[in-house]
Design a protein around this ligand. Structure first.
Ligand SMILES: *[C@@H]1O[C@H](CO)[C@@H](O)[C@H](O)[C@H]1NC(C)=O
Ligand SMILES: *[C@@H]1O[C@H](CO)[C@@H](O)[C@H](O)[C@H]1NC(C)=O
Ligand SMILES: *[C@@H]1O[C@H](CO)[C@@H](O)[C@H](O)[C@H]1NC(C)=O
Length: 237
């Protein structure tokens, strides 16, 4: 009886599609990891490539912002058993790393449109990035959609905070870079991240980017981005 059950398990394991392996939760994940600022983070080929994509399509100040946002999100996940057991760490990492590629101020950047909000540019670029990334692991449609939603909605907290956990954590991790430690992250943990990726250039970079967006595509700057929460937080930081 036991043997036949084991046989069945091995049979199913053998024919399971690769995608089933890639959606395991944090708790049972066998993903490779690396340590940044004392924090263990997922370190798969697509996460490494997403970090390189962020470097290619953004300033050093924005790179440090996305790295801090990623690490704050990971600390938030670590502090909450429900999140630890359920969050898709690759979706969280790729979304956070790519959330600001719509801020690429290079002339004729391939990821910046003339007529869409920067959040949508980022979401579209991230989807194209995932679909074009071939490391032999297929991403289910739902995971790609979560990345799209997490990036497109990251400044719309009044919506993002009610969506899937991945979408919530991406938005909350980013917001901590402006608002300080929240969501179970301690002052000490927060300070370690900030020492690794200093925040001195964040305010000027955000200001310069908002000015650039207003000049370049003023019709896309309405909404919460230039509304009360975001701008006040930025200019107060
Ligand atoms: C942990 O995360 C879950 C899922 O997002 C949430 O419902 C719960 O309130 C969180 N717990 C704490 C203590 O923040
Ligand atoms: C950007 O595109 C415009 C219009 O196509 C072109 O005139 C300009 O030379 C391009 N700039 C760069 C840096 O490629
Ligand atoms: C933002 O940048 C503009 C244009 O360079 C500048 O005039 C303004 O003082 C800056 N605002 C802040 C709060 O840094």
């Amino acid at each position: 009886m036991l043997l036949s059950r084991l046989g069945l398990v091995f049979f199913w394991a053998g024919i399971l599609p690769r995608t089933a392996l890639s959606t395991r939760s944090a708790a049972t994940s066998s993903h490779p990891t690396r340590v940044i600022a004392g924090i263990s983070v997922v370190d798969t080929a697509i996460v490494k490539a997403a970090e390189q994509f962020a470097i290619k399509h953004g300033s050093h100040a924005v790179y440090k912002h996305v790295m801090r946002s990623w690490l704050y999100g990971v600390l938030m996940i670590e502090a909450n058993a429900t999140l630890r057991d359920s969050i898709d760490l690759e979706v969280h990492a790729v979304s956070t790393l790519l959330h600001d590629v719509g801020w690429d101020k290079e002339d004729n950047s391939s990821v910046v449109s003339s007529d869409r909000r920067f959040e949508v540019d980022g979401a579209v670029a991230a989807r194209t990035f995932i679909e074009g990334h071939d490391d032999g692991r297929h991403w289910e449609h739902r995971r790609v959609q979560l990345v799209w939603d997490a990036i497109a909605l990251h400044t719309e907290r009044s919506i993002a905070y009610f969506k899937e956990s991945e979408v919530q954590v991406v938005s909350k991790g980013i917001s901590m870079d402006f608002a300080g430690p929240l969501f179970g992250v301690s002052e000490d943990e927060y300070a370690v991240v900030e020492r690794e990726f200093p925040k001195d250039d964040l305010k000027n970079e955000v200001n310069a980017t908002l000015v650039w967006l207003c000049e370049r595509k003023p019709a896309t700057t309405y909404g919460e981005l230039l509304g009360r929460n975001f701008l006040f937080n930025v200019l107060a930081c």
